[in-house]
Write a protein that binds this ligand. Structure first.
Ligand code: GAP
Length: 489
């Protein structure tokens, strides 16, 4: 079983301290969410698992952490200033604003070749598409809307009294992806780590996009976190490396507990490909199981792109266009690679697995959601998270909180487990309530200390998924639990 819809997760997330609407006491801020005590543990578990898998368990990946605010020229040459936009349409009747491609299933770009030029036009079916707000079909647009957040830096960041606007030289953007921070550091990493192709550079960090239609909880927000890796390969070896990364990433999501039935690979058709991509395969999750049409149930969790040599070339000072003019007159370096074996210099191709932390958290919560009915006929929620993802690995519960010996023993057990696994002590309710609370946050094991424990130095260990109980000696508890965890926690 998994969650029937995202709404089910929104209420569980708030009730159990995973995710809260942001700025709620001031009326909230559309599409901004804060991670609570359980949410941040799950969030960190995702990032740590990805970093361990991507960087530590391989021998060909380095990690970096680049700035969120980069020189504006980075975004000029990456193409973001010109092309990182969504097509907007405005309803002239009620002034509502929408993304044309989301509103019109037939929306697309058409390309026509005429008189030696490729002409691109946008197709929006303005007569048949009705405004979801007022029902009329009176549209302005589509027009491109750039998704990058702008801000201003430095002493010139104030409105110029003469110009009546910001000094343009102070304009910068909040990064819309972490990838560019890796490309501009290609030579730094290559030289300091003495790498040879193929090798990759990984980065995890916040990105910002002024999304026109954010929504669906943490699925699409304006501030989010990405886990990206740029894998540099020799041209000609790119296609095989690309396929290997698609398969490896697909497998990784399953290794952290996402069921294969709710994952699928989506081959982007040519007309959807980004301008730099040779091939892109998305790993999609069934985020919308409630939708009738199967095709509409899926959306992107991760993209795995073959970005060709576009990135390193575009940030290099050397490449020239057909007329012999430098493509990038601002760069001070050449990001090509010299292959000692063949004595050839070239621009490496880039294979890019790019995932969202927030979407991974949402997929894990949806996938882990299940319900079970107890002896009294009451329905309980159980979050069957993979053990490595569970915010808390073990909860130690005293059967009687007014018995100092039992409380003391339970607290001592919690302290002894904490160095090896995330453990909590809880005595804020009756045992049934405490179990239910731990089930709802996905804690794999509860350890109960009772009167008998004072005599036989043993405790009851309860399994989240089966509700089965086993008596275990306190001296063996840490080893016992570690053996029962399905993988490293
Ligand atoms: N460097 C390539 C890149 O950024 P992308 O497909 O635009 O590719 C990668 O983003 C991943 O980042 C997506 O698969 C998604 O998981 C996440 N992501 C993108 N936009 C997002 C948003 N507005 N809110 C939450 N996650 C987002």
């Amino acid at each position: 079983m998994s969650a029937p819809n995202i709404e089910t997760i929104v209420s569980l997330a708030k009730r159990r301290g995973f995710v809260y609407p942001s700025s709620e006491i001031y009326g909230g801020l559309g599409s901004a969410w804060d991670y609570g005590p359980m949410g941040i543990e799950l969030y960190n578990n995702v990032k740590q698992a990805w970093w361990r898998w991507m960087v530590y368990e391989r021998d060909d990946i380095e990690g970096i952490d680049s700035s969120i605010i980069l020189n504006r020229l980075v975004w000029k040459y990456s193409g973001h200033e010109e092309t990182f936009s969504d097509p907007l349409v405005d309803c002239k009747e009620c002034n509502s604003r929408f993304r044309a491609d989301k509103l019109d299933p037939g929306y697309g770009r058409t390309e026509e070749f005429s008189e030696g030029m490729t002409l691109t036009s946008l197709v929006f079916h303005r007569e048949s598409i009705k405004c979801p707000n007022c029902g009329k079909s009176n549209w302005a647009g589509p027009r491109p809307f750039n998704l990058m957040f702008r801000t201003h830096v430095g002493a010139t960041a104030e409105i110029d009294a003469d110009l009546g606007e910001y000094d343009p030289s102070s304009l910068v953007y909040l990064r819309p992806e972490t990838a560019q921070g890796i490309f501009i550091n290609f030579l730094n990493v290559l030289n300091t780590s003495r790498r040879k192709l193929p090798f990759g550079v990984a980065q995890v960090g916040k990105s910002f996009r002024n999304e026109v239609t954010p929504g669906n909880f943490i699925f699409r927000t304006r501030e989010f976190e990405q886990m990206e890796m740029e894998y540099f390969v020799k041209p000609g070896e790119d296609e095989a490396a690309h396929q290997e990364w698609i398969d490896a990433c697909h497998q990784w999501f399953q290794s952290i507990g996402v069921s294969s039935a709710n994952l699928r690979l989506y081959e982007q058709p040519k007309e959807e490909l980004a301008h730099y991509a040779k091939r892109t395969v998305d790993i999609q999750y069934r985020f919308f199981p409630e939708r009738e049409e199967d095709e509409r149930q899926w959306d992107e969790l991760m993209g795995v792109a073959n970005r060709t040599d576009f990135d390193l070339k575009t940030h290099s000072k050397k490449p020239e266009d057909a007329e012999g003019k430098r493509i990038n007159p601002d760069s001070t370096d050449d990001l090509s690679y010299f292959d000692e074996a063949t004595k050839q210099r070239f621009y490496p191709y880039v294979i890019e697995p790019a995932a969202g932390v927030n979407r991974t958290v949402l997929a894990l919560l949806m996938d882990a959601y299940s319900e079970k009915t107890n002896d009294k006929g009451e329905t309980r929620v159980i979050l069957k998270l993979h053990h490595s993802m569970a915010p808390i690995k073990v909860a130690v519960l005293p059967l009687a909180k007014n018995k100092p010996e039992i409380v003391g023993m339970a607290k001592a057990i919690k302290r002894s487990l904490q160095p090896v696994m995330r453990a909590v002590y809880d005595d804020t309710g009756g045992i049934g309530k405490l179990y239910a609370r731990q089930d709802e946050i996905g804690t794999p094991f509860c350890v109960t200390v009772d009167h008998q424990s004072l005599e036989d130095e043993a405790v009851t260990v309860r399994d989240r998924d089966t509700w089965e109980q086993e008596r275990v000696k306190v001296a063996d508890l840490s080893t016992y639990l570690r053996q029962r965890f399905v993988s490293d926690v």
